[in-house]
Design a protein around this ligand. Structure first.
Ligand code: ZN
Length: 221
């Protein structure tokens, strides 16, 4: 993949996040995408409301910026939150962090998002999206808790960060942005279902049934 293509994919994903209301009012977010086996492209600043392809930096998976690249200190603080995910799960092509409005309600309440919304299954989600304990953003403690989920739960492409927001990781920038929006839909629906007695579980056979139909139709989402 050419670097310019990757940059454009990140910009397109950022616009989708903005257009679908996934940035909340502060527009704080960070996005990255895999460039090759040892490099990623990542947002340089903390607000992505009007992102352009030159607002991105190339760094290696140890977190070292390519010489000549600059990045806001607030972004340098969270580099490991991205690079470690790529290191631990080789299939990951993009990582996105936002304070999506409904998922963040669950983050504030320390509540996992249960698997009650079929569209999530089509992104490979096979268990409730957990909340990892609060620690300062980008700290070793915070990153270790995220990495533990990435390493030990292959059926999870997202974690909720307690009292903060969400981190989502999937194949490419657009699929990751869409997954984030779908998870936020689930969160919104679960909150609204409280007025009708609460969300109901999917049947236990749902994961296999959806997987079989996707294989039969050759479809993804
Ligand atoms: Zn944040």
């Amino acid at each position: 993949m050419q670097e310019q293509q990757v940059r454009q994919q990140i910009v397109d994903a950022a616009h989708l996040l903005a257009d679908s209301g996934m940035l909340f009012r502060g527009e704080h977010a960070n996005l990255s995408a895999r460039l090759d086996d040892s490099h990623i492209v990542m947002t340089r600043g903390g607000s992505i409301g009007n992102l352009h392809s030159e607002d991105l930096a190339v760094l290696d998976l140890t977190g070292q910026l390519t010489p000549g690249e600059v990045m806001d200190p607030s972004m340098q603080e969270v580099i490991q939150m991205h690079t470690r995910v790529y290191q631990v799960r080789g299939s990951i092509g993009a990582v996105v962090h936002t304070h999506a409005p409904h998922i963040t309600v669950f983050a504030i309440a320390h509540q996992p998002i249960p698997l009650v919304y079929e569209p999530l299954l089509r992104y490979g989600v096979t268990e409730p999206v957990p909340v990892v304990p609060w620690a300062p953003r980008g700290s070793d403690q915070s990153v270790a808790a995220i990495v533990d989920v990435v390493r030990n739960h292959p059926g999870l492409p997202a974690v909720i960060m307690a009292n903060h927001g969400v981190l989502v990781f999937h194949q490419d920038p657009m699929s990751t942005a869409r997954l984030l929006a779908t998870l936020d839909e689930a969160a919104e629906l679960i909150l609204q279902a409280q007025t009708l007695g609460g969300a109901q579980e999917l049947p236990s056979a749902a994961i296999d049934a959806v997987r079989e139909r996707m294989a039969a139709y050759g479809s993804r989402r």
